[in-house]
Design a protein around this ligand. Structure first.
Ligand SMILES: [Zn+2]
Length: 684
């Protein structure tokens, strides 16, 4: 691992922060914290922490010795000074005399001694940092270090690899007890340059930022070299089917299998992030991958991301894809059963009241293909994949030099079910569509874009399909929530299929279709040329059918229901003069919606239509509004609000109707009218 310290960069950071009133110690603390945080083999997504001991002044001008320590929720790679809240050292040091201190009291003590009460919670490893005398303390979960500490005889191995230069601390759950023991290990030999925490990670320290950082990189390199020199040949590879299925073939099956069934056809769905590389495949093709996955996480804080460890399933045979869904389901069932047993056994060991988290895996290893990270949002799914890559790094190293033997599940349990973590999860309320994927055709138009925005605000990830890829991307950006834009001519079945494939590739599947794209052609029906009518049918009927077929194909693989929503327009029930080319296929699409409701209701797939009229959009442009209102001798405002309510109807009103239909879990074969009231178009 390369030492990235650079004098010029360090000086520049000190100078830049000096202008903002940040002292040099803290500026350098930010500098090396970012260097450590930018390397996934050292720390990942909130793991690891750093500190420096300095002085700070409070609001009344009193100066204090403080520990600036990483705050919870901050990512080291992008840390700022406010991510290193200052805690008064006096109180922290006094705590060492206590015989016990609960996690809740520890947090209270730390919070009540913050210089700025608006700061995030100081790290749970704050006391460990405070009890060590060094000005700078760095802590990481280096994968190379984990390869050495995740062994049965780790204590002897640590001694063999690092000699007396690093102290050895047996495994203790992070918090007050660990801080005390770590301080005692240091005091027994104050010449050490760092501490190895069994089954957990490494601390290094120094008088200045550079010394602590240099020591971290040095000892990580010592570990890396040891693993490289002493690695034994790799385990045998499992036999793979002659013809492997593709990741996109199995993604919806897997996504459906890991959704949490809430009963009565309701599910908490997850997003799947597929990731692969030569390194991933080389490792997961091992004949013993399922056994390695079962041994657990490489460092305890990964349990917050991937629970007790990954789930491994067999490689999918392209010729036996029909049976593979059952294979996935049985593996997920076993994982969930084992998780429940793990919870029940360990929960029974004390009187603490806990709620079991959902028992579904967060990381699935598929030999021959790669891995899927699962999470309630795309961000969480990607984090699970990141964690998976580093789990592989650590386990590969551990297996090369011995036998991967991580923290036992009994010791892992209190960490996964830490009261502080449980409180954090409880406050993390999902939105109505969290975990769901909506695909919207005509997604960059007025109604499509308004619908994408509203669904994304309600937690869904939107796949915005539009003829114009740039506009689709723009609408996706406006919708937010990691939505994506896809350019496609949806009257071409291959392009429609590709748009759905993209949804599966990015999110793992589709739960909601908003089949919205449409265009109008005018002409008296008796004189209309055949080509125009057929062209209109391609877009206003067949594209709806092709979208629905693709959506249903994926929904059936997932087995978690879904909903098809069609924009059918008022023309479907109340024809306008010279609008036959538009109204006739729309009428067919209205019945298409009912046919899907009838044919797929038994699979939990609902189908509804929105019957909208007179919406300012690409179909009814400002120029058209001017010409039509002129032709009728009314003002534009009168024309647009010519309905029973006397109010203009907007794209947002249509979006609200689609959202309502998506959320109304017992509503199917419904038509919702969004036209401000048009009695001639009212349905029976
Ligand atoms: Zn740690």
């Amino acid at each position: 691992m390369k030492n990235l310290w650079n004098d010029a960069d360090a000086e520049k950071m000190v100078a830049d922060y000096a202008k903002k009133g940040v002292d040099g110690d803290l500026a350098l603390r930010v500098y090396t914290t970012r260097l450590l945080g930018g390397e996934p083999r050292l720390v990942l997504h909130g793991g690891g922490n750093t500190s420096c001991k300095t002085r700070a002044t409070d609001l009344v001008g009193d100066e204090w010795d403080v520990l600036c320590v990483k705050g919870s929720g901050w990512d080291m790679a992008v840390i700022e000074p406010q991510g290193l809240p200052a805690v008064k050292m006096g109180a922290l040091l006094k705590a060492r005399a206590l015989t016990e201190l609960s996690d809740e009291d520890m947090v209270a003590l730390q919070r009540s001694n913050l210089i700025d009460p608006a700061s995030p919670n100081p790290s749970v490893e704050t006391l460990l940092h405070a009890f060590l005398p060094h000005k700078f303390v760095d802590h990481t979960h280096s994968t190379a270090i984990l390869a050495i500490v995740d062994q049965e005889d780790s204590k002897a191995l640590v001694k063999r690899v690092f000699g007396d230069r690093l102290g050895y601390v047996p495994y203790i759950k992070p918090g007050f007890d660990l801080a005390k023991v770590a301080a005692e290990v240091f005091e027994a030999d104050p010449s050490v340059e760092g501490l190895i925490l069994d089954k957990h990670g490494i601390f290094t320290f120094g008088d200045d930022a550079r010394q602590a950082y240099d020591r971290m990189i040095h000892y990580v390199n010592v570990a890396e070299e040891y693993v490289a020199k002493n690695g034994k040949p790799k385990a045998a590879k499992a036999a793979l089917p002659a013809k492997l299925a593709k990741a996109s073939d199995i993604a919806p099956m897997l996504r459906g299998a890991v959704a949490v069934a809430r009963g009565e056809g309701r599910f908490d769905r997850m997003i799947s992030d597929f990731r692969t590389s030569d390194a991933i495949i080389d490792f997961i093709n091992s004949a013993k991958i399922a056994e390695l996955a079962g041994r657990g996480v490489s460092t305890p804080d990964l349990s917050i991301r991937i629970k007790t460890g990954p789930m491994a399933i067999p490689a999918p045979d392209a010729d036996k894809l029909g049976d593979y869904k059952a294979v996935i389901r049985s593996h997920v069932e076993t994982f969930a059963k084992d998780y429940q047993a793990y919870f029940e056994t360990n929960d029974a060991l004390d009187d603490v009241k806990r709620t079991m988290l959902d028992p579904m895996p967060r990381l699935t290893l598929v030999p021959g293909l790669g891995m899927f990270g699962h999470g309630r949002t795309l961000k969480d799914a990607k984090i699970a994949s990141d964690v998976g890559e580093m789990w592989i790094e650590a386990v590969r190293g551990a297996e090369a030099i011995g036998n991967f033997q991580p923290l036992s599940k009994v010791d892992l349990f209190p960490l996964e079910y830490w009261s502080l973590e449980q409180a954090k999860l409880a406050s993390n309320k999902p939105k109505p569509l969290t975990g769901q994927v909506v695909l919207i055709t005509g997604g960059a138009g007025a109604i499509g874009a308004a619908t994408a925005k509203l669904f994304a605000a309600n937690g869904a990830h939107a796949v915005i399909v539009d003829l114009d890829p740039a506009k689709a991307a723009e609408a996706a950006k406006a919708a937010g929530n990691n939505s994506i834009g896809v350019g496609a001519d949806i009257t071409d079945p291959a392009e429609m299929r590709a748009a759905f494939d993209k949804a599966v590739a990015v999110y793992g599947g589709v739960d909601i279709l908003v089949s919205n794209a449409g265009a109008a052609w005018e002409g008296r029906i008796g004189e209309l040329d055949d080509a125009t009518l057929r062209k209109s049918f391609e877009l206003n009927f067949f594209a709806h059918q092709s979208a629905a077929q693709n959506a249903v194909r994926i929904m059936l693989e997932q087995g978690t229901g879904g909903v098809l929503l069609f924009n059918t327009s008022k023309q479907a029930v109340n024809p306008g003069p010279k609008f036959g080319a538009y109204g006739i296929p729309k009428a067919a699409t209205l019945f298409l919606s009912r046919q899907y409701a009838l044919d797929y209701g038994a699979h939990g797939i609902r189908s509804n239509a929105v019957n909208a009229d007179r919406i300012r959009s690409g179909l009814l442009t400002d120029a058209m509004i001017a010409s039509r209102s002129g032709a009728r001798g009314v003002s534009e405002k009168e024309y647009m609000s010519g309905n029973l309510l006397g109010q203009e109807v907007t794209a947002d009103d249509v979006a609200q109707a689609f959202l309502h239909q998506a959320l109304a879990e017992r509503t199917t074969a419904d038509v919702t009218t969004v036209d401000g009231g048009n009695i001639a178009a009212a349905l029976r």
